[in-house]
Design a protein around this ligand. Structure first.
Ligand code: SF4
Ligand code: SF4
Length: 338
């Protein structure tokens, strides 16, 4: 019970499995192993000493999870604030963005084994529904989702654009086939454009399917590792299990698909993406066209998600900056005064 009040924020990270498992013995973590790996890394970077002192004087909650979770929340906040500052100052060039994508991918994806992982709160919710647990078990994850969706309500998909390891993985791969140059993009025969409506509805159907099955006692996110490509990042760690190998296969499939379809996982499958899209539609602070816009239409032609039109709600804008790069009038700005 104590965990509920101590961990409302940290549970987004793999350590939620430990926290939740402590508060609720019925919760079956999908990635206990990943949580273990994550702990090992935290130990390596120096938090182990703190943890050992807690072990000799144990508190009624998971101190390891708390320490590592707070560290990771800190990591996410730094990325988030840093990116908003860069976008606002018009300093988010493609080169800078690439560096951020790589840093997120290497630190969050490979070293910290996919952190933050937005599937975990959903997995918790689906488990609670499938196993008919008391709803108060969901309070921590609902708090987490409220914070993340709140950030989408504020400035749209900055989290998806720069802080999610799976998102940055797809973004980097998409650069091979989704250019910031109309000529190159027209010459490119290997990209598949999916309509915005199609992807949005696919994601809603898929998320709805997960919830309907959970009502009947089946949590597909827990059962099918292929549905959790986030966990595939841990393949580089020692002692890899079959679960991780299957997730890795899912990650490879997402990677290959990213050459042809812009952010396939984000746009078709991610349950967080479904909610974040809806929240971002109401965000007052996102990219707008200034009076310098001459309506040349270049940004609309280059945008991989059909979000560059003047009246678009930007629900699927990942701040990829292709529109900003191509605009000859420098007329696309982040509006923070909405
Ligand atoms: S939509 Fe999902 S997978 Fe894509 S960046 Fe956002 S949280 Fe990550
Ligand atoms: S509107 Fe611009 S920044 Fe947003 S997804 Fe489209 S091209 Fe990328």
């Amino acid at each position: 019970m104590e965990n509920l009040f101590i961990f409302p924020i940290i549970s987004i990270f793999p350590e939620i499995k430990i926290s939740s498992s402590l508060s609720n013995p019925n919760v079956k973590p999908i990635n206990d192993q990943l949580a273990g790996i994550s702990m090992e890394i935290i130990e390596q970077i120096g938090f182990g000493t703190i943890n050992r002192s807690f072990q000799t004087n144990p508190l009624p909650f998971d101190t390891y999870g708390a320490i590592s979770g707070v560290f990771m929340l800190f990591l996410w906040l730094i990325t988030y604030i840093f990116c908003i500052i860069l976008l606002d100052a018009e300093l988010m060039s493609q080169k800078t963005a690439k560096i951020i994508y790589f840093v997120t991918l290497i630190i969050g994806g490979m070293l910290l084994v996919s952190i933050p992982n937005t599937l975990i709160p959903f997995s918790e919710i689906l488990t609670a529904i499938a196993e008919k647990e008391d709803l108060w078990y969901l309070l921590p994850v609902l708090a987490i989702l409220t914070i993340l969706f709140g950030s989408s309500l504020l400035v749209g998909r900055v989290f998806c654009g720069f802080a999610c390891p799976l998102g940055t993985f797809q973004e980097l791969l998409s650069m091979f086939n989704f250019k910031s140059n109309i000529k190159a993009q027209r010459a490119n025969k290997y990209h598949i454009e999916l309509s915005r409506q199609y992807t949005v509805w696919m994601r809603i159907y898929y998320t709805g399917f997960l919830f309907v099955f959970a009502i009947f006692g089946i949590n597909f996110l827990n059962s099918l590792a292929l549905l959790d490509p986030f966990s595939g990042f841990s393949v580089l760690r020692p002692s890899v299990t079959g679960f991780v190998l299957i997730s890795f296969l899912g990650l490879v499939v997402v990677g290959i698909a990213s050459f042809f379809i812009y952010r396939p996982y984000c746009r078709i499958f991610c349950p967080f993406g479904a909610g974040s899209d809806i929240c971002s539609r109401y965000a007052k602070n996102n990219y707008i066209r200034t009076d310098d816009c001459t309506d040349c239409g270049l940004c609309e032609q280059i945008c991989p998600t059909q979000e560059a039109s003047a009246d678009s709600n930007k629900g699927e804008c990942y701040y990829c900056n292709r529109c900003v790069e191509i605009c000859p009038e420098n007329a696309i700005k982040l509006n923070l005064e909405g």
